[in-house]
Design a protein around this ligand. Structure first.
Ligand SMILES: NC(=O)c1ccc[n+]([C@@H]2O[C@H](COP(=O)([O-])OP(=O)(O)OC[C@H]3O[C@@H](n4cnc5c(N)ncnc54)[C@H](O)[C@@H]3O)[C@@H](O)[C@H]2O)c1
Ligand SMILES: O=c1ccn([C@@H]2O[C@H](COP(=O)(O)OP(=O)(O)O[C@H]3O[C@H](CO)[C@@H](O)[C@H](O)[C@H]3O)[C@@H](O)[C@H]2O)c(=O)[nH]1
Length: 472
């Protein structure tokens, strides 16, 4: 029976860092080394100021760093020492070439796999942790097998990660399930059991699911597609609510009480963001197209189309409410991260909204409690967002508080559901006093009590709610 004593994780990002830190925290008998090509990222992991913000992460890392948890740029040494290697590198949507805008870019997975093949001097269990298209493990196997000898044998497992940002540590300490796929060969099953033993250091055995490799790979894309589909479904309903006077919170609550549906992931919003949902659905759409299943591709594509529609619909409502023009008006954007409790801005709805505001020549003041100004400028300078540096300097202001952002603004737009924007935490009377009148507030997260803010004097518009239609 294989017993894992030394683990290497290639990729010290949002997944590799927290996942393997929790693994080390819960398994003092295993040495865990997390490696990355980025010197800056590794230096940050070795400092007091970790490179990602995630509640509870500091405690976990500081408890075992230097004991059985190490961060390093020496990829080769860590590969050579390890019995088991997680490949947890980025798999972004391809920007150019075949499948551009749809397929996952597997260049990082391939280069990490080639590195393992080149430098390994003993048998390894290689674990695909990155989210990848179904059958990627086959390509990894081909690369590794081409380099295996009688002394060096490689087994490949699929172990997709289901953590959500903002709750990563909670999710990792107490996962709904851990999924491990393997080739159903004697050696594949032995490797699978070795990884089961690692997880059962802290995860109850009944929550560790073992499947074949391809089921495991596809289940990851499937889970994300279904979660995003629920958001697009409730967002589609939010448009009907606004037109009829039905209240999207009430509809979600009533539907969610059906135990067959469940209440989670039914919060209407300005649109889902994050590095995963859109990327993984597009990945599934591409896979379906490649498999000559156009109806299946169109079905999943609609989840993304609805998400884009929701963002456009929100912007259109803002412009029409502000008397059909926002030129030179000041819009305060509260929140830039793609959800609360993270500093991650990848695919954040805020980026799309701000791009549209700037195209209408509005002035935009942004406040987010966890996103650095430098990151905001970087995101807005991406091709196709804010066209010129001059426009960026002239039209964008990064603020240190919600009050500063809202000062003299025509409208406040709540984009991220940070707790500090709630009406029992932020002094909305103070915000109102400082704004131009009429003072408009657009709640893209169903975060505030609209009636309370209307009493203060705000003109409030909330996704999925329309008081006028309701009373008509
Ligand atoms: N972010 C999430 O919440 C989340 C959750 C579940 C799954 N995933 C999946 O996990 C994977 C990683 O996502 P992430 O958010 O951690 O990405 P990330 O960009 O934060 O981190 C990836 C890291 O891998 C490093 N890297 C790339 N190629 C390398 C190589 N050859 N050798 C060493 N280091 C290398 C990069 O420098 C980077 O630091 C993706 O496939 C993603 O879809 C992400
Ligand atoms: O009811 C909801 C729930 C979420 N969101 C939005 O959806 C996006 C994604 O949120 P969430 O799923 O909580 O965060 P992620 O970190 O993107 O996590 C998803 O993507 C990860 C990467 O694959 C998976 O591991 C997780 O299981 C999956 O939840 C965010 O913009 C949320 O604001 C809504 O609008 N309404």
């Amino acid at each position: 029976m294989t017993v894992v004593k030394n683990i290497c994780c290639i990729g010290a990002g949002y997944v590799g860092g927290p996942t393997c830190a929790v693994l080390a925290y819960k398994s003092p008998d295993i040495k865990v080394t997390i490696v990355d090509l980025s010197e800056a990222r590794i230096a940050a992991w070795n400092s007091d100021n970790l490179p990602i913000y995630e509640p509870g992460l500091d405690e976990v890392v500081f408890a075992c760093r230097g004991k059985n948890l190490f961060f390093s740029t020496d990829v080769d040494a860590a590969i050579q020492e390890a019995d088991l290697i997680f490949v947890s590198v980025n798999t972004p949507t391809k920007k150019s070439g075949m499948g551009a805008g749809m397929a996952a870019d597997l260049a990082y997975v391939e280069s990490a796999t080639r590195r393992i093949a080149e430098v390994a001097k003993s048998p390894k269990i290689v674990v695909e942790k990155s989210t990848v298209p179904c059958r990627t493990a086959q390509s990894m196997r081909t690369i590794l097998e081409a380099n295996s000898t009688s002394e060096i044998h490689f087994d490949i497992l699929s172990n997709p990660e289901f953590l959500a940002e903002g709750t990563a540590i909670k999710d990792l300490l107490n996962p709904d399930r851990v999924l491990i796929g393997a080739l159903q060969t004697e050696s594949g099953i032995e490797a699978q059991n070795a990884l089961v033993d690692v997880y059962t250091h802290w995860v109850p055995k009944e929550r560790v699911i073992t499947t074949n490799l391809w089921s495991s790979e596809l289940s990851k894309l499937a889970a994300n597609a279904m979660l995003a589909q629920r958001i697009s479904s409730i967002n589609a309903l939010s448009a009907i609510c606004e037109a009829t006077g039905a209240d999207v919170d009430e509809v979600a609550f009533a539907c969610g009480k059906d135990t067959r549906l469940g209440s989670k992931f039914l919060k209407a919003s300005v649109g889902f963001g994050g590095s995963c949902f859109q990327k993984d659905i597009l990945n599934l759409v591409y896979l379906s197209t490649q498999l000559n299943l156009p109806e299946v591709a169109a079905y999943w594509q609609q989840v993304v189309i609805m998400n884009e529609y929701q963002k456009k619909r929100f912007v259109r409502n803002i412009i029409s409410t502000l008397f059909n023009t926002i030129t030179n008006k000041k819009i305060a954007v509260l929140g830039f991260a793609f959800k609360k409790d993270t500093g991650d801005t990848r695919e954040s709805a805020a980026i799309t909204l701000i791009k549209d505001f700037i195209q209408e020549n509005a002035r935009v003041a942004i406040y987010d409690p966890k996103v650095e100004a430098e990151q905001i400028y970087m995101d807005l300078s991406e091709p196709g967002v804010v066209d010129t540096q001059k426009q960026l300097e002239k039209n964008i202001q990064i603020c240190q508080s919600a009050y500063e952002a809202a000062d003299d603004a025509d409208a406040v737009v709540i984009v991220t559901e940070w707790d500090e924007f709630r009406d029992d935490q932020l002094d909305y009377e103070k915000i109102y006093a400082g704004m131009k009148k009429p003072a408009f507030l657009f709640d893209g997260r169903l975060l505030v009590n609209a009636a309370k803010l209307r009493q203060i004097g705000f003109k409030v518009s909330v996704i999925g709610k329309n008081e006028l239609a309701g009373t008509a």
